[in-house]
Design a protein around this ligand. Structure first.
Ligand code: FE2
Length: 272
């Protein structure tokens, strides 16, 4: 199984660039073309929040239009730049509203790895996993204790060293870790929010943050790092379920690059 993770697309409507600089719609279109043209097509795409920049209906409409060409199923959860009411209206097919009316949380049982999406939205900046959301997670994970599971969410529950982003991470990480300790079938935790590639071993689980296909948060680990972004190469992540049952994560750069060049000539000799 191959899962693509795309995060923090920050779509703005009416041709407006995000922060006066970033053509986020153009970057998402390029990402969609990239995913459709990969040699091995992903089985699903997970969008881990901040789909839009301001959570406006016209931004969600544009987001949907831009991902329409995707040739595989996709799943979305909100980030702090989203708006839960407008999100819900834009994606009425996502989530089980009757079972869980207040939050956009759900599990996907169609694949070899069980996918569980969590809603960490708690206003325009930091995130939260409150006791309600964690109780739902605990019940959901208790249903299938023996199935390899991957959790996807927006705000990371751990610090990254980028202080202005750490100030907005997911609160109640302790409560979240307590739930996860009861469910060792959770193999991976994948997040967005920080617009950088980051990995950590957190409370016994491998957790990661994916980069954005648009702008990156500047890598500044000094204590007084100002909020700033840089236009590093656009990326998404590919999470591959190996034959050993491990979730192996790759970075996938979006764009035109030289190559591929063969290592070996047609007669099988290494090209010197
Ligand atoms: Fe973001």
């Amino acid at each position: 199984m191959l899962i693509a993770q795309v995060t923090d697309t920050h779509i703005r409507a009416n041709g407006k660039p995000a922060y006066g600089q970033v053509d986020t719609a153009g970057h998402l279109s390029a990402c969609v073309r990239h995913l459709n043209s990969l040699p091995r097509r992903p089985d699903a795409v997970l969008f881990t929040g901040d789909l839009t920049d301001y959570g406006q209906p016209d931004e969600y409409a544009l987001f949907r239009r831009l991902i329409r060409p995707l040739e595989m199923p996709w799943f979305v959860i909100p980030g702090n730049h989203d708006d839960r009411v407008n999100f819900r209206e834009a994606f009425p097919e996502v989530g089980d509203w009757r079972a869980h009316p207040d939050f956009i949380q759900y599990c996907v049982d169609d694949f070899p790895v069980r996918l569980v999406g969590l809603d960490t939205y708690d206003g325009p900046k930091e995130g939260m996993l409150c006791e309600d959301r964690l109780a739902w997670l605990d019940a959901c994970l208790s249903e299938q204790p023996d199935r390899a599971t991957l959790i996807f969410m927006h705000h990371p529950p751990f610090l990254t060293g980028i202080r202005h982003m750490d100030a907005q991470n997911c609160r109640n990480g302790k409560g979240f870790a307590t739930v996860l300790r009861r469910h060792p079938q959770v193999r991976r935790l994948i997040c967005g929010h920080v617009h950088r590639t980051i990995q950590v071993h957190w409370n016994g689980i491998t957790a990661s943050i994916a980069p954005s296909p648009a702008h990156s948060v500047a890598l500044d680990l000094s204590p007084e790092s100002p909020p700033a972004f840089v236009m590093e190469p656009a990326c998404c992540q590919l999470h591959y379920l190996s034959e050993e049952g491990l979730v192996v994560s790759h970075l996938s750069f979006i764009g035109e690059f030289d190559g591929p060049y063969p290592f070996f000539s047609s007669d099988g000799r290494l090209i010197e």
